[in-house]
Design a protein around this ligand. Structure first.
Ligand code: HEM
Length: 500
């Protein structure tokens, strides 16, 4: 009797535990209350932003929506993030990334197969995607990576010497100015003197594509001849691919960055020939499309706050030496090895990545899995998509404090909640280009703040707002044109350089 009672309790216990293990995340009703298609209409209206809207509104550890039979698990708070980070192969950013990249740049099935091979939880053998990421990491974490920071700073200072100074009275759209200048220095340090982005048509095509990444992905199943008639983004993409193809085939990459040179043989070995330039296009998109808006918002926040601008100028002055040339010109040299001591500058860039984040982190659920603990244990089904709503994690006042909804430039000079900061990702798939991007932006900013004053045409700095609906970038640019006037702070002949 006792034995059968005990067995009965054990069986019931096991059943209850298994039910607990199999609890799916709570379902979220659509914001437009129409059964079956409510979420779909929401997605059509808000596009990428729909997931962030749900995350920010609910701020729940996880919630589920189903669209056309696919489950989307939306993460709106940090509670179960540690469990997600621990399962990079089951909750795989790379499996998603491989599909996304190949759809975006339009590569063949064979290339996609090779790119995404061996990423799953149970597969073995080498993976082309991981080989590419490992190679990038190895370069960026070595002396070559440090040399790339120096090279970037050299290109920045050369650019400032040759760039046309905007006429003092002329009104200009600050975002357009930043887009052009930052794309120039990024592409120049990536591709060298034969940089294909120097062509204004390639540049225009690039901006068009970055603004329409979603449209490119959702129309990818249609024949190219139809899409290219319907949609300029397709023509823009092909234009960039052609320019990169010419660049790679004519061997100009020998004067390009170590990363471009290291990727090329990997791409050549594993991809269809026609897709090599497509993958280079994807690399450029991932790196440039994130760095440019982050640079813009850093400039915006620093110039819009007079005290912050003074702090940044003081920190840059402290690492600058000035000599006067024989013809009476001031020559300023910023010590690049001490650039990191301009702590407010580096912190401001990270704060931009927190405060201005509009992007999402995506993971494919490649196996059935239980995530979380205690009351927050949930069962996720294979084939679902896990969406980390970065905005929700970044705006959580319980984690970031009462001023979470404010831009606090010095925030990252203190200890910050590591797992709640998604600006450059975390864990296995964290951004390996973070340091390079920070140096690019900080070296540009260092000269920018010392050389220019910027004033808004309307007399006060107004919030130009963001719209992250169509872009896959982590930080969306401004919606309204931030019109400004730029003036030099000293004689036009004064120069700014970096010493190494
Ligand atoms: C301000 C500029 C940048 C921002 C905001 C940014 C942001 C991010 C984020 C959020 C992730 C993680 C995505 C996820 O886990 O869902 C990521 C991954 C990645 N980033 Fe960046 N990124 C920037 C610049 C760069 C640059 C310049 C490079 C290359 C030189 C780069 C290369 C990569 C790579 C290869 C990964 C994937 C890493 C992996 O899967 O292991 N990023 N980036």
């Amino acid at each position: 009797m006792i034995v059968s009672l005990t067995s009965c309790i054990l069986v019931i216990g096991r059943f209850v535990r298994s039910q607990d293990r199999l609890r799916e995340p709570p379902c979220v009703p659509p914001s437009i209350p129409i059964p079956h298609i409510g979420h779909l209409i929401g997605i059509m209206k808000r596009r990428m932003q729909y997931f962030s809207d749900i995350g920010v509104t609910l701020q729940e550890p996880i919630a589920k929506i189903s669209i056309l039979g696919t489950n989307f698990y939306i993460i709106g708070s940090v509670k179960i993030m540690p469990f997600i980070e621990r399962q990079p192969r089951v909750l795989s950013s790379r499996s998603w990334f491989a599909k996304f990249v190949c759809t975006l740049v339009g590569c063949s099935k064979r290339s996609l197969g090779n790119f995404e091979a061996n990423l799953g939880a149970t597969t073995e053998g080498d993976s082309m995607l991981l080989e590419g990421v490992r190679t990038t990491k190895r370069i960026l974490n070595s002396k070559t990576g440090a040399d790339m920071n120096y090279d970037a700073a050299r290109i920045v200072s050369e650019r400032f010497k040759t760039m046309e100074t905007p006429n003092p009275g002329v009104e200009l759209n600050l975002f357009e100015w930043v887009k052009h200048e930052i794309l120039y220095v990024l592409s120049e340090s990536t591709y060298g003197p034969e940089n294909p982005f120097w062509d204004s048509e390639v540049e225009a095509a690039f901006w068009y594509v970055t603004q329409h990444t979603l449209a490119l992905c959702v129309t990818s199943f249609l024949p190219k001849c139809i899409v290219s008639k319907l949609f300029q983004g397709m023509r823009g993409r092909e234009f960039i691919v052609k320019a990169l193809d010419e660049y790679l085939r004519s061997g100009h990459l020998v004067r390009g960055s170590p990363i471009v040179n290291a990727h090329y043989p990997i791409f050549k070995a594993k991809l269809d020939d026609r897709d090599v330039a497509r993958f280079e296009c994807a690399s450029a998109l991932g790196s440039f499309a994130n760095t440019v808006p982050t640079s813009f918002w850093t400039i915006f926040h620093i110039f819009a706050d007079a005290n912050l601008l003074t702090d940044v100028r003081n920190q840059v002055s402290a690492i600058t030496t000035t000599v006067t040339s024989e013809d009476g010109r001031s020559i300023h040299r910023i010590d690049l090895r001490r650039l990191r001591t301009a702590t407010i500058l580096f912190s401001a860039v990270e704060e931009v990545s927190r405060y201005r984040a509009t992007g999402i982190g995506v993971r494919l659920v490649t196996e059935n899995i239980v995530v979380g603990d205690g009351d927050n244990r949930y069962y996720l089904k294979k084939g679902g998509w896990l969406i980390i709503a970065n905005q929700a994690l970044h705006s959580d006042k319980n984690v970031w404090g009462k001023d979470a909804d404010k831009f606090v430039a010095s925030r990252f000079n203190e200890k910050t909640p590591h797992l709640s900061f998604r600006g450059f990702g975390n864990g296995a798939s964290a951004c390996c280009g973070k340091n390079l991007a920070l140096y690019h932006i900080a070296s540009f900013m260092a000269i920018m703040v010392m050389r220019y004053d910027i004033s808004p045409v309307e007399g006060v700095w107004k919030e130009p707002e963001q719209d992250g609906r169509d872009t896959a970038a982590q930080v969306a640019g401004p919606v309204h044109k931030p019109m400004v006037r730029m003036t030099l702070r000293e004689d036009v002949k004064a120069t700014w350089d970096f010493s190494f």
